[in-house]
Each structure stands twice: as C-alpha cells, then as structure tokens.
Design a protein around this ligand. Structure first.
Ligand code: NAI
Ligand code: MG
Length: 337
C-alpha cells in the first residue's frame, strides 16, 4: 500500500479531490493517505501556506497528490509551487495532453510536454537598475541553464519516450538568439539524443516555429522537451488543443520525490459551486498510479474518463454538459469499478 501525502488545496481543490478519491477507491488499489494542509487552507490553520508538517510528510512518503494552491498576493508569502519544486528538486514537469472528445477543432492530439522545472528564467534572480534617477528605469532577469540540469531533463524525456512506447522527442529552443542558454540546452539535448539513436527519433525546433506548428499540425508531435518558460507557455497552449485546463494533468518529478497535480489553479470564480471538472486531477492520479508501477490501474482510470465523457456523455459545464463535480466523479467511479 503506497504511502502518499494528500493536499486537497484551495478553491475547487477539495471538491475535485473528493471526486478523485472516489475514483481511486473504485479501482480497489489501496493507498495510505496522509492528509496535509497547503495554500490558504494552511494560512488559515497554521499561518503558513507551506507548513513544515506538510514538507515533513512529503519527505517521508516521497509522493504527493496535490490540489491547486492559491498563492496569497503580497504579505511576503513565497510561491508554494516553486518552493515545493525547489525543496524536492522536482526537475521535470511532465504534462500529457490527449484528445478525449473526438470531432473537436483538433483531432488525434497525443502530446507529452516535458518542461525543465528548476532553471531558466524561473530561478527568481531579478533586479531593478536605476536609469537617470528612475529607480525602475531598467529591469533585469537572469536565466540559468546548466549542463547537468539540461542533461537530466532531456534524458528524462528520452527515457519517458522509451518506457511509454513513444517514437520521437522534439527539442524546443531559441538557440538562434539565446546562444548561450538555449544554445547549451540544444547542444546537450543533441548529445543525449545521439545515445538514443535508432531507438527514439529526435528533431529540434525553434520555439516560435514550434508554437505555430503545434496549432497547424498537432498530430506530428509526440514528446517535447524544453526549458522552463517555453514549457510553461507551450504546455498551456497544448492543453488548449485538447479541450482546456479541465482535462490537463501534470507530474512534477525528481529523483527522490514526485508530486502529481492538475495544471489548473484553484478557480476561485467557480469554487464552492460543485461544477468544476475533476478530470485533470483524476488524470493526475492516474499518472501517480503509473509512477508506483500500477500502470494497468492508470490505464483503467484513463479509459473510464474517456468512456464517461464520450460514450456516457456525462460532462461538466466546461465541456458543454450539466453534470456536477460529484455526478461526474460517481460516473467515472462506476466505469472504473
Ligand atoms: P485557474 O486555472 O484557477 O482558472 C482559470 C480559468 O479556468 C477559470 O475561469 C476557471 O474557472 C477555469 N477552470 C480551472 N480549472 C477548472 C476546472 N477543473 N473545471 C472547470 N473550469 C476550470 O487560474 P487562475 O484563476 O489564474 O488562478 C487562481 C489561483 O490558482 C491563483 O491563486 C493561482 O496562483 C493559483 N494557481 C495554482 C496552481 C497550482 O497550485 N498548481 C496553478 C495555477 C494557478
Ligand atoms: Mg503555467
């Protein structure tokens, strides 16, 4: 029975977590849950959006399923998601996107974005420089790419491709302009790709061209790997190709821990109304099953989501339906059982 830290989170978090637990329970696979606080729920209870007890729990379980966390604006609170990634060195952010509802604007999309999660422009090294007496006359930001950092995330993408029966990895970069940072990422990427020659295909694309091609020919893409900022932007774009944030799961993967979550946030505009789509978190839970070696259970959950949405036509409002979060969760649980 895997030990796992459960953080229901804020806004729609508790509602989609309930639905997800119902589905997981229906699989018959048992988990040893350790419920912990994070986000505003933790600020209210403990005055800290990321309490030590929560970190301690993840240190022990090395595995977490996390609802969205609202990052309080101001007040000196650190970004909880960035803090968690740093704390547990979760270097790869894996975001699969697959067409669920056929006949939409984009068909046959099946793309996995592997985003570098710790480096690039997200290290938080920014500063103001005074220009002609204006203290905000110039803003600077430092981007960091290391050989080690680039290598481990690209290697992760190729290993992911191998173990998931994927045929191609696309390296996404801007090495024509960012000759050092993006240049190093591309150079290391090509070196790693050479080790997989004959097993996994590799090509590379400049990020702006990649953005265009994703919209024109999404079916040509398989696994993508890129630096932090490009991955952040492109993964939201890719989730849009398959029906939006309600269907987009993600995993933050490190050598010693992994945290699974929906790509979306706490959706304060619909929180408490029971209408959120729990699919993203349910699909994240399916990724968690794969992660602990229960791929067959993960597959059952993914098939149950598809059957519920496509065959049973049970859909939440974001997908044009009228089902509540709870009704949708029950329907998926019935399909899984
Ligand atoms: P959001 O993702 O919460 O919402 C964007 C839009 O998508 C809203 O209209 C919302 O109603 C809709 N939406 C999101 N998830 C949905 C679902 N499951 N079903 C149906 N509709 C859904 O983004 P927003 O509003 O920018 O952020 C709200 C809060 O969430 C902020 O405090 C932000 O910091 C936090 N956040 C946390 C993340 C995390 O914990 N991983 C990720 C992104 C944002
Ligand atoms: Mg983002």
């Amino acid at each position: 029975m895997p030990d796992v830290t459960l953080i229901p989170g804020d806004g729609i978090g508790p509602e989609i977590t309930d639905a997800t637990l119902r589905v997981l329970e229906a699989t018959g696979l048992e988990w040893n849950w350790d419920r912990q606080l994070g986000g505003m729920a933790a600020v209210d209870a403990a005055g800290d959006p990321l309490p030590e007890a929560t970190l301690e729990s993840i240190r022990r379980t090395r595995l977490a399923l996390k609802g969205p966390l609202t990052t309080p604006v101001g007040g000196g609170f650190r970004s909880i998601n960035v803090a968690l990634r740093k704390e547990f060195e979760l270097f790869a952010n894996v975001r699969p996107a697959k067409t669920i509802v056929p006949g939409g604007r984009f068909d046959g999309v099946d793309i996995v974005m592997v985003r570098e999660n710790l480096e690039g422009l997200y290290i938080g090294q920014e500063q103001w420089v005074e220009v002609n007496g204006d203290p905000h006359g110039r803003a600077e930001s430092v981007a960091v790419v290391t050989r080690t950092g680039a290598e481990r995330v690209v290697r992760y993408a190729f290993e992911y491709a191998l173990t998931h029966g994927r045929r191609k990895v696309t390296l996404v970069h801007k090495a024509n302009i960012l000759k050092n940072t993006s240049g190093l990422f591309l150079e290391v990427g090509r070196e790693v790709a050479a080790e997989y020659a004959g097993r996994v295909e590799c090509n590379d694309l400049i990020v702006d061209n990649c953005a265009m091609q994703l919209v024109m020919y999404p079916e040509r893409f398989d696994v993508l790997v890129t630096t932090n900022l490009f991955g952040d932007i492109l993964s939201d774009q890719i989730s849009g190709l398959v029906g939006g944030l309600g269907l987009a799961p993600g995993g933050n993967i490190g050598r010693h821990a992994a945290i699974f979550e929906a790509v979306h946030g706490s959706a304060p505009d619909i929180a408490g109304q029971g209408i959120a789509n729990p699919s993203a978190l349910i699909l994240a839970a399916a990724m968690m099953c794969d992660h602990v070696g229960e791929d067959a259970v993960g597959d059952r959950i993914r098939r149950a989501i598809v059957a519920t949405i496509v065959a049973d036509k049970v859909r939440t409002r974001d997908l044009g339906g009228t089902a509540t979060t709870e009704e949708f969760g029950r329907a998926v649980a019935a399909r899984v059982a």
